[in-house]
Design a protein around this ligand. Structure first.
Ligand SMILES: *Cc1c(COP(=O)(O)O)cnc(C)c1O
Length: 385
C-alpha cells in the first residue's frame, strides 16, 4: 500500500474479512465465543476478550497506519493510556510532559503512586530539564505533542533519543495529529497511543482508544495486559470506528485548513490576548512541529482578558457545541479551566497557562465564512461593557 489515505479506506477489509459474499465492509462478528474443531485443533479466535475478528480488523488497520508491529483497540482512550502504563512495575519512575491530558494526569498522580510507580512532570520543550529529570529507575518518557490545551510542542526525536540513552521506553499520545500527520514510531518512539474518540472516529459518537507497538516484544507484553485487564473495544464500536476512519484524511485536512484561517483571524483581533496554534510562526514550537508533522492540526486555543469577557463570549457563540472533547465534524468550543482540566489544582492549572480566559476550539466541517462570522459577532458582544 503506497499512501495512508488509501490504507484508511482499504486497510481493515484487506485481511480476508470481506467474506465470500463480497461485503465491502468488515462484518460485525457479534460473537463472544468461537467454535473449535476438536479437543486439539483450535481456530484463530476462541473468546472475544482475547480476540474478535471485527476488532482484529481495526487493530490491523491502525498498526498499518502507524507503521508498527501490532495494534490494540481499547474501550476508551484512557483505557489505552492506562494499559500501556501497566507495562511498568513497582519502583519504576516516569518522566512525563507537564501539559499532559487531564485524565492521564489524574491516573499518573492519583493511581500509579499507590502501586509504587512515581513520576516527575517536566516542561518537555526544555530538553535539558527532561534529561535532568531522568533517574536510574526511570523506565518511561511520556510525550504528548501537540499538547492540550496550549498546544505545546515536544521534539519527538530528541526525547525518544534521551529515553534510549537511558534504556527507558518512550510513549507518545498522537491524538491531535492522527497517523496521517505525525509518525512517532519512525521518530524513535516505542508505543503510540490515540484517543480514537477524537479525530479518528470524528463524529462525536463513540469513545475508543488505540495503541500501536513498535516491536514484537512490546506487542506480546501489551497483548498480555489487554487480555488481563479486558478493557477491549466492543464489536459495534469497532465497526463504527472502522467506518469513520475511512474519512479521517478529508475531515482532518479540511478542518486544519479552516483552523489556520481562524487562528490568523483571532491573532489579529484586539480582544484576543494570545493564540496557541502550531501553524502560526509566532508559536514557540513552530519550527520543531513543522519538522516532525505535516499539519498544524484542527485544534487551537486562545485567551480573552478575563472571566467576565469569557462568559459573554461563550454565551454569544452560535455555531459550535459548547462541550468537552474535540475532533468531531461539529466545531466544539470548550473552557478547559472548568472542563478538561477541572481535576487539576488551580495553581498547577494557571502555571500551565490554563487561565480563566482560555478557550479551546476544535474546528469541525461547517462553512468557514459562517465560523468566522460567528467569532466576529461573539467577540463584538464580549467586548461590550
Ligand atoms: C480525549 C483524550 C484522551 C482520553 O481519551 P478518552 O477516549 O476520552 O478516554 C487522551 N489523550 C488526549 C490527548 C485526549 O484528547
Amino acid at each position: 500500500m503506497t499512501n495512508l489515505e488509501t490504507a484508511l479506506i482499504h486497510g481493515a477489509i484487506r485481511e480476508g474479512y470481506a467474506d465470500k459474499k463480497g461485503a465491502v465492509n468488515v462484518p460485525m462478528y457479534l460473537s463472544s465465543t468461537f467454535h473449535q474443531e476438536s479437543i486439539d485443533e483450535f481456530g484463530e479466535f476462541d473468546y472475544a476478550r482475547s480476540g474478535n475478528p471485527t476488532r482484529d480488523a481495526l487493530e490491523r488497520a491502525i498498526a498499518e497506519l502507524e507503521g508498527g508491529d501490532r495494534g490494540f483497540a481499547f474501550a476508551t482512550g484512557m483505557a489505552a493510556v492506562t494499559a500501556c502504563l501497566m507495562l511498568l512495575s513497582k519502583g519504576d519512575h516516569i518522566v512525563i510532559t507537564e501539559d499532559v491530558y487531564g485524565g492521564t494526569y489524574r491516573f499518573v498522580t492519583k493511581v500509579l503512586p499507590r502501586f509504587g510507580i512515581t513520576h516527575t512532570f517536566v516542561d518537555f520543550s526544555n530538553l535539558a530539564a527532561v534529561r535532568a529529570a531522568v533517574k536510574p529507575e526511570t523506565k518511561l518518557l511520556y510525550i504528548e505533542t501537540p499538547s492540550n490545551p496550549t498546544l505545546g510542542i515536544t521534539d519527538i526525536r530528541a526525547v525518544a533519543a534521551i529515553a534510549k540513552e537511558h534504556g527507558a521506553l518512550s510513549f507518545l499520545d498522537n491524538t491531535f495529529m492522527t497517523p496521517l500527520h505525525q509518525r512517532p514510531l519512525e521518530l524513535g518512539v516505542d508505543i503510540v497511543i490515540h484517543s480514537a474518540t477524537k479525530f479518528l472516529s470524528g463524529h462525536s459518537d463513540i469513545v475508543a482508544g488505540l495503541a500501536v507497538t513498535k516491536t514484537p516484544e512490546l506487542s506480546n507484553q501489551l497483548y498480555f495486559i489487554q487480555n488481563s485487564f479486558g478493557s477491549v473495544l466492543g464489536v459495534q464500536d469497532s465497526y463504527t470506528l472502522i467506518q469513520n476512519m475511512k474519512t479521517t484524511a478529508v475531515r482532518f485536512n479540511e478542518s486544519s485548513r479552516v483552523a489556520m484561517k481562524i487562528a490568523q483571524y483571532l491573532q489579529a483581533h484586539p480582544l484576543v490576548e494570545k493564540v496557541y496554534y502550531p501553524g502560526l510562526e509566532t508559536h514557540p514550537g513552530y519550527a520543531i512541529h513543522a519538522a516532525q508533522s505535516t499539519s498544524a492540526g484542527a485544534v487551537l486555543s486562545f485567551t480573552l482578558p478575563n472571566y467576565e469577557v469569557a462568559k459573554k463570549f461563550a454565551s454569544a457563540m452560535q455555531i459550535p457545541v459548547f462541550a468537552v472533547s474535540l475532533g468531531g465534524v461539529e466545531s466544539i468550543l470548550s473552557y478547559p479551566a472548568k472542563m478538561s482540566h477541572a481535576a487539576m489544582e488551580p495553581e498547577e492549572r494557571i502555571k500551565r497557562g490554563i487561565t480563566d480566559g482560555l478557550f479551546r476550539f476544535s474546528v469541525g466541517l461547517e462553512n468557514e465564512d459562517d465560523l468566522l462570522a460567528d467569532f466576529a459577532q461573539a467577540l463584538e458582544k464580549a467586548g461590550q461593557e
